[in-house]
Design a protein around this ligand. Structure first.
Ligand SMILES: C[C@](O)(CO)[C@H](O)COP(=O)(O)OP(=O)(O)OC[C@H]1O[C@@H](n2ccc(N)nc2=O)[C@H](O)[C@@H]1O
Ligand SMILES: Nc1ncnc2c1ncn2[C@@H]1O[C@H](COP(=O)(O)OP(=O)(O)OP(=O)(O)O)[C@@H](O)[C@H]1O
Length: 280
């Protein structure tokens, strides 16, 4: 029985602008995605007698039918007519519902992993269609890009440079529903995006790191605004919210901020703190 191990990375939205509402209930975006070195582990055992999913997470289980790993697995098997069974083990490290795209990344890793195992080209358009049907963030994780501009619902990808940085993440231990955030944004008019050049990092851009969910989310959870203010006092060159939150990240360009990391870990309660880098 053959066993394969895959890493499923998290993302940050360095920039997230919501431009217009669409007929299908989704929104058109201009976002900058960045993959970072925080990973879930996914092990796939091929040719087992039955199917099994072991989901190891400190937040408890997710009902099988709702798990994006299972959804991706079933869609892959149906599309490519695979009859074999598998045992899948997912070890979560990426906090769930944190704005880090963990579920979307797991789905894309299952698609990429099974494509590898069954010799299907990673560029196969059917893989992209499955990815899009699973969620707006999944195509980015399926793509080979470590950083990309996402347009459309986030699925139209243009490669973007992966600028070197240290990312200090603070992840409060509650979830923010993405659906709730989009529904409560109250977007009435369409707008044009602020475009970011590839010449300088987005945090060196004159407009800084725009995230259109900040006002909504900070208003509902003032604790996040406090975290942002605290991070700024530690001398990072920019601070923002990832996705619809609740993760707040600070950027340090030159030295790894070990002291700040240790201080925040020691003094903040009910949060997880990570010191990470961009994938290259
Ligand atoms: C917040 C982000 O993570 C930023 O990258 C994404 O925009 C959300 O991506 P996702 O979690 O993969 O989103 P999905 O699972 O496809 O959609 C969850 C809900 O978010 C809303 N949604 C999502 C993406 C988008 N471009 N417009 C939306 O309005 C929809 O109400 C949808 O019902
Ligand atoms: N394998 C999975 N890992 C994490 N969450 C999953 C998974 N499968 C389903 N989910 C569900 O998806 C929801 C969003 O989880 P996820 O960790 O992807 O959130 P997120 O990082 O906020 O996503 P995004 O930034 O894409 O909006 C959770 O409420 C969770 O129950």
């Amino acid at each position: 029985m053959k066993k394969y191990l895959f890493l499923s990375p998290a993302k940050l939205n360095l920039v997230l602008q919501v431009l217009s509402r669409r007929e299908d209930g989704y929104h058109n975006l201009y976002t900058i995605f960045q993959k970072i070195d925080l990973f879930d582990e996914i092990e796939i055992k091929k040719g087992t007698l039955d199917f099994r999913l072991d989901f190891i997470s400190d937040r408890g289980d997710i009902p099988l039918e709702e798990n994006l790993v299972y959804k991706a697995y079933i869609k892959f098997k149906e599309t490519f007519r695979i009859n074999e069974n598998h045992h899948i083990r997912v070890k979560k490290t990426i906090p769930i519902g944190a704005g880090l795209g963990g579920g979307s990344s797991n789905a894309a890793t299952i698609l990429k992993g099974l494509a590898y195992i069954y010799g299907i080209d990673r560029e196969e358009p059917l893989l992209y269609s499955i990815a899009k049907s699973l969620g707006a963030d999944v195509p980015f994780f399926l793509s080979p890009y470590v950083a990309a501009i996402g347009e459309g619902i986030g699925d139209v990808l243009i490669p973007y440079p992966s600028f070197q940085a240290w990312y200090l993440l603070i992840c409060p231990n509650f979830e923010i529903s993405t659906k709730w955030a989009y529904q409560n944004l109250g977007l009435t008019n369409s707008k044009n995006p602020v475009y970011y050049s590839t010449e300088v990092s987005p945090w060196r851009h004159p407009q800084g790191l725009i995230n259109d969910f900040k006002a909504l989310v900070f208003n509902k959870f003032p604790f996040l605004k406090e975290l942002e203010t605290k991070l700024k006092t530690f001398g990072c060159c920019a601070v923002s919210l990832s996705g619809t939150g609740p993760t707040i990240f600070g950027i340090f360009e030159k030295e790894p901020p070990f002291y700040v990391y240790e201080t925040l870990k020691r003094t903040l309660k009910e949060v997880k703190v990570f010191l990470l880098q961009n994938l290259e």
